[in-house]
Design a protein around this ligand. Structure first.
Ligand SMILES: *[C@@H]1O[C@H](CO)[C@@H](O)[C@H](O)[C@H]1NC(C)=O
Ligand SMILES: *[C@@H]1O[C@H](CO)[C@@H](O)[C@H](O)[C@H]1NC(C)=O
Length: 303
């Protein structure tokens, strides 16, 4: 009898202690419970609300319906606003870039789910070398860390990853990681993520010109062989089947091309969003796609 009583008492004790810990925890940080619930709600709604009805010709994401046959095949994105987002949130610039990298993974995941074949992202422009040395170094090591840590993820997702740009000035270790991830994923055909690092649209065209002149000098081609298709083959975007983006998204209120793809954007639909890149969530992407699907694309023709 006594032993039963004592075990009951000790059970009660354990119960009270854990209650104390829990209430303490939540009374000091009431937000964390709300945050936690928010996260749970978010993950739950992610699976419940979205139906990717491929066979019926539409995708239903949240409240919106997207036409499968009007889906862009290649979406390009200029991810602006990481720094401004960090500043607004009272975080470090590097944390802004980190949030931006995470957002890119989510963004491309959703694009691929919706049947988009190629996603290309302007991660670092040639002009970005002009930024503060420490920030450039941070950005480079973030890109390297991210690529390295995601190799298995991209293999699991069967996503091919290509990195385009000059790549002569970037750190040797990053170059190695790039080689690693490209080799590990080069066999995948259905999804393609292209990261532009130290990329410049003008330099891309310049490279193509040089290569064509070189081929001409060595007698491989003649003037009449040079046409648009040949130039396209010489551009760095020749790694994807769909080298001209159908849709370009730029965030954070900037309305410029900023020396990203120049040749490739000739007939691309442009979508500018005021939100900073780390805030460009599923709803924003769907908004861009709805806007894209409402446009009548003429490719320069009157019809
Ligand atoms: C690549 O960058 C290097 C180093 O800055 C530069 O010398 C070279 O001209 C660039 N090449 C091209 C094709 O952009
Ligand atoms: C693709 O572009 C690269 C870089 O300009 C070039 O070296 C390569 O030969 C091109 N590939 C094809 C198939 O033309």
């Amino acid at each position: 009898m006594l032993s039963l009583l004592s075990s009951l008492l000790s059970l009660l004790f354990v119960f009270l202690i854990s209650c104390c810990i829990i209430t303490n925890h939540f009374s000091f940080r009431p937000l964390s419970l709300l945050k936690l619930l928010g996260v749970i709600k978010f993950t739950a709604s992610r699976d419940d609300d979205d139906h990717y009805k491929r066979d019926e010709g539409t995708y239903v994401v949240g409240e919106e319906e997207l036409q499968r046959e009007l889906m862009p095949r290649h979406v390009a994105v200029i991810m602006d606003g990481n720094r401004r987002w960090a500043k607004r949130e009272g975080l470090l610039t590097s944390q802004g870039h980190e949030a931006g990298a995470k957002r890119l993974i989510e963004f491309s995941e959703l694009c691929f789910k919706l049947g988009i074949h190629t996603v290309s992202a302007f991660a670092f422009s040639t002009e970005n070398w002009g930024r503060h040395k420490i920030e450039v170094k941070c950005l480079m090591s973030l890109i390297q860390h991210y690529l390295k840590s995601k190799i298995q993820y991209f293999q699991r997702e069967e996503t091919r990853v290509s990195i385009i740009g000059n790549l002569t000035k970037i750190p040797e270790s990053l170059r190695q990681t790039i080689h690693e991830i490209e080799e590990a994923t080069k066999g995948y055909k259905k999804k393609h993520l292209i990261l532009a690092i130290d990329y410049s649209g003008r330099l891309d065209i310049l490279r193509a010109c040089k290569s064509i002149v070189h081929k001409s000098e060595t007698g491989l081609i003649r003037e009449e062989d040079v046409d648009e298709a040949m130039i396209e083959r010489e551009l760095l975007t020749n790694c994807t089947e769909f080298s001209s983006p159908d849709l370009l998204i730029r965030t954070s209120g900037e309305q410029r091309i900023s020396n990203f793809f120049l040749w490739q954007l000739a007939y691309t639909e442009l979508f500018f969003s005021p939100v900073h890149w780390p805030d460009f969530d599923k709803g924003k992407l769907v908004e861009a796609l709805v806007s894209y699907q409402r446009r009548e694309r003429r490719f320069g023709c009157r019809v």
